[in-house]
Design a binder for this molecule. Structure first.
Ligand code: SF4
Ligand code: SF4
Length: 446
């Protein structure tokens, strides 16, 4: 069935604090910290050393692996250090630290394409690869690999503008403020992927964005590209749920979107494709929503990749109360942070500072066996049993319960009256299964 999916929840969207605020350009910081891993796949090796001068847009890290994305300097200046620094994933990751000379001196490779209309699909894909474009909404999968691996298998491109997580409005503002650029990025993505149909899917709580996108389509566009309003229900923007809502097709357990002929790209990814082709600019900036009740003045900010999060909070007037929790991402899928000294990366769409009343953590989480988690799981899993078997370390039962199909959407944790740390438990369970598989392969000498 189209336009719906099983399960899900309807959290208070709390988007009003920033939804109608135009994006402000954040002043470039004195120093940027650029991690060599901001994507799914092989991390990049640094191509610069301490003391080197780098230009804005210059490639500073790359990998020969097929699944990877090069990394570029977001400012011009001098490399101050190449060393492990705090990453939003909570670990230390090799990073290039650049002291900004505030000159915005562009690298010679940052040149617009002379004739975008004449580009072949392969040439568009090559530009996407060289400019380091990754998924900007979710897992940061390298976009060039998504395009090239889907050619011939994918007939529908779904442009994800659902933005279903509470608080976050960065994609909403992108669709409103950069409408023509997003549409041109979609046209380029259609040409690169060779799809017959592209659907820009937006939750119905963003009617102004839907209207703006509709108005920007030409009659020629409408033969291929359409805009679809979606029911407001979390996790509408999750890949499998989005595919079901837009096409009525169900991705089989363990399957990829391409298995049902679909490819998904975030709206900001499409904007980045536009910029890469029309300006020659790599993925070095991101619109980020800064929100949460502890923030003085929530905003949408256009910030350079590598900007310390503390600078974004400062631009919002700092904190009005001591935050109870700082998150990279939304409250459902975001990663808790213990410092504000980590940098924003390519796919950072929000940083939240939640006050006491918004933090749902409790000291003594207890299951009351209500079964609500089972009724809301959009993947039709059994969260309570997965939790119990993770606690026991029972890998066999975790495998039988398909814990690896968990998308970590957080619907179960949101609905759980016992406030169990369900998503954390499933992340742990998946890691336990990976560790067991690696240990088995080592034993067998593979
Ligand atoms: S078990 Fe996983 S997929 Fe299901 S609701 Fe919980 S987090 Fe979402
Ligand atoms: S929703 Fe929470 S309390 Fe209810 S069964 Fe699931 S884990 Fe237990």
């Amino acid at each position: 069935m189209k336009n719906t999916f099983f399960g899900g929840v309807h959290p208070n969207d709390r988007k009003a604090a920033t939804a109608s605020k135009a994006t402000e350009v954040l002043a470039a910081p004195a120093e940027v910290i650029i991690p060599m891993s901001m994507h799914v796949g092989a991390p990049c090796a640094p191509e610069v050393a301490k003391g080197d001068y780098v230009f804005k847009g210059q490639r500073i890290g790359s990998s020969p692996a097929p699944v990877s994305a090069p990394i570029h300097a977001s400012v011009s200046g001098t490399v101050k250090a190449v060393e492990p620094r705090l990453h939003p994933n909570g670990t230390k990751v090799m990073s290039v630290v650049i002291e900004n000379d505030m000159q915005e001196a562009l690298h010679e490779s940052v040149v617009p394409c002379a004739d975008p209309a004449a580009l072949t699909p392969e040439e568009i894909t090559q530009i996407v690869k060289e400019k380091g474009i990754t998924g900007m909404g979710g897992a940061a999968f390298p976009t060039h690999f998504k395009i090239s691996s889907g050619v011939g298998k994918v007939d529908t491109l779904i442009v994800n503008g659902a933005e279903c997580e509470p608080y976050i409005t960065s994609d909403h503002r992108t669709m409103l403020e950069l409408t023509n650029e997003v549409i041109e990025g979609v046209r380029l993505a259609v040409r690169a992927t060779g799809v017959k149909t592209a659907v820009i899917a937006v939750e119905n709580n963003k009617k102004d964005a839907i209207a703006a996108l509709e108005a920007a389509l030409t009659d020629e566009d409408r033969k291929t590209i359409s805009v679809m309003g979606l029911r407001v229900r979390y996790p509408q923007g999750s890949e499998k749920q989005l595919i079901q809502s837009v096409t009525g097709k169900q991705v089989p357990p363990g399957g990829l979107p391409a298995s049902v002929g679909c490819s998904i790209m975030n709206v900001f990814t499409c904007y980045c494709i536009y910029r890469a082709v029309y300006e020659g600019m790599p993925a070095i900036e991101r619109i980020v929503t800064i929100s949460g009740s502890a923030v003085n003045e929530p905003k949408n900010l256009l910030a350079k990749v590598g900007t310390p999060v503390s600078a974004l909070f400062d631009a919002c007037g700092g904190f009005k109360t001591q935050p109870d929790k700082i998150l990279q991402g939304g409250p459902m899928m975001g990663i808790a942070q213990f410092s504000t000294e980590f940098p924003i990366i390519k796919n950072t769409n929000a940083i939240l500072a939640l006050g006491k009343e918004e933090n749902r953590s409790v000291e003594d989480p207890t299951c009351i066996r209500c079964g609500k988690c089972i009724t809301v799981c959009p993947m039709k899993l059994k969260p309570i049993y997965m939790y119990q078997y993770e606690q026991k370390g029972d890998l066999e039962m975790l495998t039988k319960l398909n814990v690896t199909d968990c998308t970590e959407c957080g619907s179960c944790a949101y609905t759980c009256p016992g406030r169990l740390y369900l998503v954390h438990s499933f992340r742990t369970a998946k890691q336990m299964l990976i560790n067991a598989k690696n240990a088995q392969q080592q034993k067998e000498g593979k």
